[in-house]
Design a binder for this molecule. Structure first.
Ligand code: AMP
Length: 214
């Protein structure tokens, strides 16, 4: 299963990618998570990416592409992957095609998770993240049992710096201008499926599995 999840920030791609990855036994490859990991580790990629992440704009295509290629070449991605956050513009869509072509692999589907902008805004600004185990919460829709603490590991929950309202506006603009054209790109290739991202996590998962005929 080689799948791309498309959709604006806050559409629930990360949550759905986790569920689908467990279901299909393939890794969830999130470029945002990979950049944040590199940032925490202080790697050259992390240092390069920091300014872009802080501002909510895209990291250079070549840096991002190399990071993705390295990730999908790892052994656990041999049976497939769920890509979340890549590609993010048309050039990356073409880079990914080439990346797969030279490896004699193909994409099964691109699933767009559709959520209106006002919903996305409230989802993102209420989002909280466990810096220790990566669990995600929402202060209204899926709060932790104890306020500000991770249910799984007890660490103090944080808000991603780029989830603050000022940066979210920039990220939504980037989505509209740079990422949304990928919908037509995958539609032309007969790979695009669109599902509504409204409702519960289970409802959205069920919609995705339905369009995947699973
Ligand atoms: P995300 O967690 O997917 O919202 O990504 C967080 C940030 O990481 C984005 O705002 C970008 O700065 C960077 N990023 C993630 N994926 C990509 C990508 N495919 N290309 C360029 N930058 C990216």
């Amino acid at each position: 299963m080689r799948l791309i999840l498309l959709g604006p920030p806050g559409a629930g791609k990360g949550t759905q990618a986790d569920v689908l990855a467990a279901h299909y036994g393939v890794p969830h490859v999130s470029t945002g998570d990979l950049f944040r990991y590199n940032l925490r580790q202080g790697t050259p990629v992390g240092l390069e990416a920091k300014g872009y992440l802080d501002r909510g704009v895209l990291v250079a295509d070549d840096v991002t592409g190399r990071m993705v290629a390295e990730r999908i070449d790892r052994e656990d991605a041999a049976p497939g992957f769920i890509l979340d956050g890549y590609p993010r513009n048309l050039a990356q869509g073409e880079d990914l095609e080439e990346m797969l072509r030279v490896r004699r692999l193909h994409l099964d589907r691109a699933v767009a998770v559709d959520v209106p902008e006002d919903v996305v805004l409230s989802r993102i600004t209420g989002r909280r993240l466990c810096p220790s185990c990566g669990a995600t919460y929402h202060i209204l829709y899926s709060p932790p049992a104890q306020e500000g603490r991770c249910d799984r590991c007890g660490a103090e929950l944080l808000q991603r710096p780029d989830d603050r309202a000022e940066t979210v506006t920039v990220r939504l603009g980037v989505y509209r201008d740079e990422t949304a054209p990928l919908l037509a790109f995958y539609r032309e290739r007969n790979l695009l499926e669109t599902v509504s991202g409204l409702g519960s996590v289970d409802e959205v998962t069920a919609r995705i599995r339905e369009v995947l005929h699973d």
